[in-house]
Design a protein around this ligand. Sequence first.
Ligand code: FE
Length: 339
Amino acid sequence: MRLVLKPLVAALAATLAAATAQAQGVINIYSARHYQTDEALYANFTKATGIRVNRLDGKEDELVERLRNEGAASPADLLITVDASRLEVADKLGLFQPLVSPVIAARVPAHLRTPNWAAFSTRARVIVYNKAAIKPEQVPTYESLADPKLKGQICVRSGGHPYNLSLGGAFIAHAGEAATEAWARGLVANFARPPRGGDTDQLKSVAAGECGVALANTYYVARMMRSSAAADQEAWSKLAVVWPNQASWGAHVNVSGAGILKHAPNKAAAVKFLEYLASDEAQVYFADGNNEWPVVKTAVAKNPALDKLGSFRADTLAVGELAKNAALAQRVYDRAGWK
Ligand code: FE
């Protein structure tokens, strides 16, 4: 198993700062997020509370596997990861304990939390098309991507990837299992090529004209928009975004989130950290680190790329509900041949 064991490099600065500020405790975070702005976030938390932050960075699924193996002996207090379906997997494995905090209940909208974990930033899964090949009127909805008129036009990553499983989970909640399967079949029939690569690869393929349309998370789009690389700017110049399903259930929204682990040795400090993460200041750092939106209404992120994409109607389906449907979405995709 490959794990980036660098709690200590990243945490060293925080550790030293805390030592001088008289450490009043410690928390151990297993995190699947590692962005520049997150460093400031951890440092500010330590400055404000005196609580030292140790962080172990790893890939999402590897961290869950590690927590399973460590069991009750785990030193971890918190798991921060991305995607509702992944948080659901961790929850189903019994890794979390109830998240009881009036602060989080007051600040994180109800549809963006479950009894055991909460979202701290959001991203949308959008339709991205090649402006020379496709008209936006052809692709207004997720459903429209299954239209036989788009044969050979669709590029998308694997059906088994959590981002597509969460989308499928939402689709099932809104349209039912049978309609979701019919949609997936239609989508597969329109593939330009078998799924491979991540969302950014799909964007590049659409820009290169290998396909006309792709599905991608907004932060990949924003990353390309904000990139200083000439190739990215050239690619972005060919592309445009459709906010899907604006006349029906809204654009599918997924999350980065966190939960307190069942065997957390430092539970009180972990609650404090999540409450801090729901503060306006931390929300802006957390969201901005990955070009996402804050979950707290009063936190205003100024992200030039996301601002440029404009506002949209977001699906307000409870994250817990779409996450619970993810396993069924996998079976539906398997039947539909979305590998
Ligand atoms: Fe991603």
